[in-house]
Every structure is written in C-alpha cells, then in structure tokens.
Design a protein. Sequence first.
Length: 208
Amino acid sequence: MTTPPLELNVEIIDSTTAYKGFLSIKKIRLRHRLFNGDMSPVITRELMERGQAVAVLLYDQQLDAVVMVEQFRIGAIDDEKSAWLLELVAGVIEEGEQPEDVARRESIEEAGCQLHQIKLISNYYVSPGGCTEKIYIYFAQIDSRGLHGTIAGVATEYEDIRVRVLPWQKIEKMLDIGTINNAAAIIGLRWLQIQKLTNSIEPVQKNN
C-alpha cells in the first residue's frame, strides 16, 4: 500500500515559536489523517526542535576496551546516583555537515582520538512524541593509549569532559546493573555485544 504524500496526511493550521534558547519550542495546531481515512479534529502539540546529532562508539580492539566520556547533564539533575553520565562521544550536526564528518570531529574534540575505520550502526528518533532530535550511531575502531583520565571538550561550548577507557568486561557489568543509563550508549554497546558474540568485528585497518 502506497502512503499518500505528507501534505495529504497532515494539515498545519498554524505554528508559533513559544520559546527560543539553547533549545527551541514550537506550538503547533494541526490535523492529521486517521487510520479510517478521516481527518482528526484540530489538536495542539508542543514540539522541541533539537535537530540531528551523531554518537560514536569508540572501540580499541587491541585492548578490548571502550572509550566513553563522562560529563554533567542537566536532564539527569534529579538522578539519585549522579548527574554526571557515561556516554558515547556525541555532537550536533551543523549546517552543511555530513554525519560521518561530525563523528570524526567530535572524536577529536571530546576524546582526542583519530578514527581508523568507521561504520554506521543505526539511526533513531530520541523522543518523537515531542522532539525532532534524530541520532546517528557509528562504530569506530581506535587506539586508546594515553586517553584514560584526560580532560577534553570545547571551552566555548562549556564542555568539561573526562575521558574513560573501560575494559569490555567492566562495560558489560555496568550495562547489566544500569550504571550506563542513556539510550545512545545502550544501543551502541548492546550492538557491540552482539558483534563480539558472533565474532563479527573486522580487524582494524589503520590506513582508513
């Protein structure tokens, strides 16, 4: 069955900017197509515009270790354990950038490392019920020597990032007990877990 064009399925009545700061929030009134073929009544939705982002799972095959970054996150400010989360290297896609270019740039800015080879794992909407943000997750092989404990980040973006090089055995335990508790990291690390179980990780090629 062919899906009709978007303009036949969604009618925007009006759209206004309710707030514009680090994030932007729009207030939108619309109607959309129902499964029975009719159009819905006019409904109001708030939409947070976050753009698109890239996350990179950095893996050192030689050491069987993962490079993660630790930093303060306002969204976790009420977390009973800590507002400092262990995450994958990540960053927003700026205008004119390709996702893979962002992966390489952010790996240098946040972890101080070059990527030997890189592949796309997946992409997904973070919270489509009210946010536009879409994340591309990449897997990259690196040399992690000398990275553990270093402080990184872009000062003008108020980034204060601690680099952690963690053995895979420890990563698995952290996943199982919930220490790693953000979506991009869980998706990427569970993907890596499957690749390791099926011996699907290709040997690193440092000329990439």
